[in-house]
Design a protein around this ligand. Structure first.
Ligand code: BG6
Ligand code: MG
Length: 224
């Protein structure tokens, strides 16, 4: 098959936090601060279960871990406070927080006419993309405001594929979260894990950052 045709059929779907930009640490710091009010010390290991998961579900998980309960009102208030703390970090962000290899990789995709979408559970995704100057780069954006079921449900990736007018089988997902890898696999897509092989066991391949990837790697992965 002619390479150019294959590229046109290929689409890339990117998670945001921990893949495009280093906001995963800010979510962690904000949750940790919130949990400390209940004398609960949220660990990095526990935080892995929060990655990719919606704000509401994250709080439910933390409360369970902390053996703590909140009234409906206090729950809503906690969500709001956490988001305010998170946004304090976001407001200070600029393009320097784009993760290693991302800008060049997106450029490479554009050069090869490969379309790509954002597929993030975050309701702050558009704001963050604007802060780091990448908003205009994406062919489509699906975020936490567009979905009913958050990762590991495949809904977000299915919606992104639809927005790009691409077959799910031609999509490659980029994820740093266990829940996100599962969502991509359940959508019938190939998944590239960004991070630790021991954590992202279900991904088709795992790399430390996008710097390590070539167009040939994407092509090989899709033909597997
Ligand atoms: C995901 C993050 O991208 O978005 C989660 O990995 C976060 O940690 C989720 O909870 C929801 O984000 P937000 O910005 O809507 O609170
Ligand atoms: Mg992520």
């Amino acid at each position: 098959m002619e390479l150019g045709i294959l590229y046109k059929m290929l689409a890339c779907l990117f998670d945001l936090d921990g893949v495009i930009v280093d906001t995963a640490k800010y979510h962690f710091l904000a949750w940790k601060r919130l949990a400390s009010a209940w004398n609960f010390d949220l660990t990095e290991e526990q935080n892995e279960h929060l990655k990719g998961v919606s704000r509401t579900e994250s709080l439910e998980i933390i409360l369970k871990l902390a053996h703590h309960t909140l009234s409906k009102e206090a729950f809503e208030e906690a969500l709001q406070i956490k988001n305010e703390w998170f946004l304090d970090f976001v407001n200070e962000m600029n393009e320097n927080e784009i993760l290693e290899g991302v800008t060049d990789f997106l450029h490479l995709l554009k050069q090869n006419k490969i379309v790509f979408s954002l597929a993030s559970s975050s309701k702050n995704a558009k704001n963050i993309l604007q802060k780091i100057g990448l908003f205009e780069q994406f062919d489509a954006i699906v975020d936490g405001n567009d979905i009913i079921n958050s990762k590991p449900d495949p809904e977000i990736f299915e919606k992104a594929a639809k927005k790009l007018n691409t077959d799910t089988k031609k999509c490659i997902v980029f994820e740093d979260a266990v829940a996100g890898v599962e969502a991509g696999k359940r959508a019938g897509m190939k998944v590239i894990g960004i991070g630790d092989k021991e954590v992202l066991k279900e991904a088709d391949i795992v790399v430390k950052n996008l710097k390590e990837l070539t167009i040939k790697d994407l092509e090989n992965l899709l033909s597997k």
